[in-house]
Design a protein around this ligand. Structure first.
Ligand code: TRP
Length: 333
């Protein structure tokens, strides 16, 4: 079966290994087999970055470069910029009447994000309602599959509620429900082992990291704090270096041997880190090289994005037309 896929990222900083494991890897695998739309969610980024508009603007091109660098191919995936598709905003405006404020306040992802941003006292209405805008993004393309990290699962549920409610309210099958595609690996911890990798937590390795930055990040990486001497038995669970080997080392057998050796004792952190550093350098070197190539011609990247926007707009306009008609909001032949 062929799916239609929509995913996206907020352009608030360079993409990192967490994005790679959580979603980019799936997207590369899926492109060509399915119809894939990839959105740079600049409008959504405004919901919590109104104080730093320059950051959002600057990172649109950076995220596009990251996409191209990891191998997302504009010939196979439609890459576009959210704010340029005003149909998405109009859909969201109608969908807002299909959810309650209480339901949005109960959304676990929103709750957690409100807390982490200190929005308890002054919550922007746009932030509270961004799941509705996300439902507009997903349904505008009639997406059936949404590759997202585990933390975005409640967004998919909320989207499907809106879909069912619109279909029931209008008595027509206007919109289709979607399923989340959760990455096999789950979410990648930051290099400090404290929660997930994120730029704001300062525990990320960017896809565009230099060889020295990669080296330094691996050197700092959290291991087993109780593994003081090489001969001591060490713990693999919660040891970030091993978690990353699991996520990135293609040689599974060697990783299993290293784990057994570490648990037994006699294997030092430095040796394991050296292996991981090699794995990450090998993974990121071609990505960095491709990025540099595309970065030489930003005009070409913008052309690619403009074409993606045209394609995306055509599809979203059709859905908007259907939704308006179902709501009875068409008046002139
Ligand atoms: N919320 C996503 C992020 O923070 C970006 C996004 C916007 C998105 N709309 C979406 C993801 C629709 C999946 C589907 O990166």
């Amino acid at each position: 079966m062929q799916h239609t896929i929509l995913t996206g990222d907020r352009p608030t900083g360079p993409l990192h290994l967490g994005h790679y494991v959580g979603s980019l890897r799936n997207r590369i695998e899926l492109q060509g087999k399915h119809r894939q739309f990839i959105m740079i969610a600049d409008a959504q980024a405004l919901t919590d970055n109104m104080g730093d508009l320059a950051k959002v603007r600057r990172n649109v091109l950076e995220v596009a470069l990251d996409y191209l660098a990891v191998g997302l191919d504009p010939a196979k995936s439609t890459i576009f910029i959210q704010s340029q598709i005003s149909e998405l905003a109009e859909l969201a405006f109608y969908y807002l009447n299909l959810v309650t404020v209480a339901r949005l306040e109960r959304n676990p992802t929103v709750k957690e994000e409100v807390r982490s941003r200190g929005f308890e006292r002054d919550l922007p209405a746009g932030f509270l309602t961004y799941p509705v805008s996300q439902a507009a993004d997903i349904t505008a393309f009639r997406s059936t599959l949404v590759p997202v990290g585990t933390d975005q699962q409640p967004m998919i549920e909320q989207t499907n509620e809106i879909v069912r409610r619109l279909n029931t309210t209008t008595g027509q099958d206007v919109l289709v429900e979607c399923a989340a595609l959760i990455p096999e690996f789950g979410r990648l911890p930051g290099i400090d082992g404290q929660g997930k990798m994120s730029k704001s937590a300062g525990n990320a390795i960017a896809l565009s990291a230099s060889p020295d930055e990669i080296k330094a990040a691996v050197r700092e990486m959290f291991t087993d704090p109780k593994h003081l001497y090489i001969d001591d038995p060490g713990q693999v669970e919660g040891n970030v270096v091993f978690t990353y080997l699991d996520a990135f080392d293609p040689d599974r057998a060697t990783v299993e041997e290293l784990k057994a050796h570490y648990r037994r004792g006699g294997l030092g952190d430095m040796a394991v880190k050296r292996r991981l550093e090699g794995v990450l350098q090998d993974l990121l070197a071609p990505i960095r090289a491709r990025r540099a190539q595309y970065a030489k011609d930003p005009g070409e990247v913008l052309n690619m994005l403009a074409k993606g926007c045209d394609t995306a707009r055509e599809v979203a306009a059709q859905t908007l037309h259907d939704v308006r008609r179902a709501l009875g909001l068409t008046y002139f032949a």
